[in-house]
Design a protein around this ligand. Structure first.
Ligand code: ZN
Length: 242
């Protein structure tokens, strides 16, 4: 069977500018994520970054991508609108999209959601407990009923996103807030998964449970192969005689 082609996209600025982040992710968090995914024989993960040519998201690259993973934070505005439109086109055609952490405010996620995607936050490095709130879902495979991250940024409700088709994880934070942290959507033929953890100063993407979630999410979001085309709003002839 052909391997799933995963493109791990990272803004890749914090790791270069902030020594604290560089210490945790010397080659970038996308590198850590891709290495974890590549341990799976069914996945081939490669890297792209904001400062690459066309943000590393050329037609050629996207044509050969099954699932795109997106981490971004401080430079959402620098992502060119025509590239966002291009990514949207591929998602609607079936490419999977996994949006991580502060990617909630990226142009592509907000475009796919159609809402403000605002939330509340606190940087206190507090404990996060992620409850599996849909244990039968493929993204929950192999996970315990809950798992914890010792230090994370807090994201709190209200998270202004459309009601999800599946709520796989719900987070609780030591400070008392809760957050819908693993959300599934469908747009066109494409599947979208938003996953909350992953603040750049914490080693979250080295965590075994987090890596398991990402692996499961890639497999879940992969395109389904069929010959159905997205209707292009044209008048059609009847299949049966009317
Ligand atoms: Zn953050």
């Amino acid at each position: 069977m052909a391997k799933l082609r995963v493109l791990v996209w990272n803004e890749f600025r914090h790791e270069k500018k902030n020594p604290k982040v560089k210490k945790v992710y010397p080659k970038g968090m996308h590198d850590v994520i891709a290495k974890a995914l590549n341990k799976d024989k069914g996945i081939k993960a490669t890297l792209a970054a904001l400062d690459d040519f066309e943000h590393g998201l050329t037609e050629e690259v996207l044509k050969n991508t099954d699932v795109l993973i997106w981490w971004a934070h401080g430079a959402h505005k620098e992502v060119k609108d025509e590239i966002v439109d291009r990514v949207q086109k591929y998602v609607l055609q079936g490419m999977g999209l996994i949006v991580l952490h502060s990617g909630h405010f990226s142009k592509i996620f907000r475009k796919m959601m159609g809402t403000s995607c605002i939330l509340t936050w606190r940087e206190a490095g507090e404990k996060e407990r992620l409850w599996v709130t849909q244990p039968g879902h493929p993204i929950a495979e192999g996970l315990p009923e809950y798992f914890e991250l010792k230090h994370e940024e807090m994201y709190g409700e209200f998270f202004d996103v459309p009601h999800p088709e599946a709520l796989v994880f719900t987070s609780w934070f030591k400070g008392g807030e809760v957050f819908r942290s693993g959300l599934c959507y469908t747009r066109g033929k494409g599947k979208i998964f938003y996953f909350r953890p992953g603040h750049e100063t914490h080693p979250t993407y080295y965590d075994k449970n987090i890596q398991q979630v990402l692996k499961n999410a890639v497999k879940w979001a992969a395109p389904v192969k069929n010959s159905a085309k997205i209707p292009e709003g044209v008048s059609v002839k009847p299949i049966e005689k009317i």
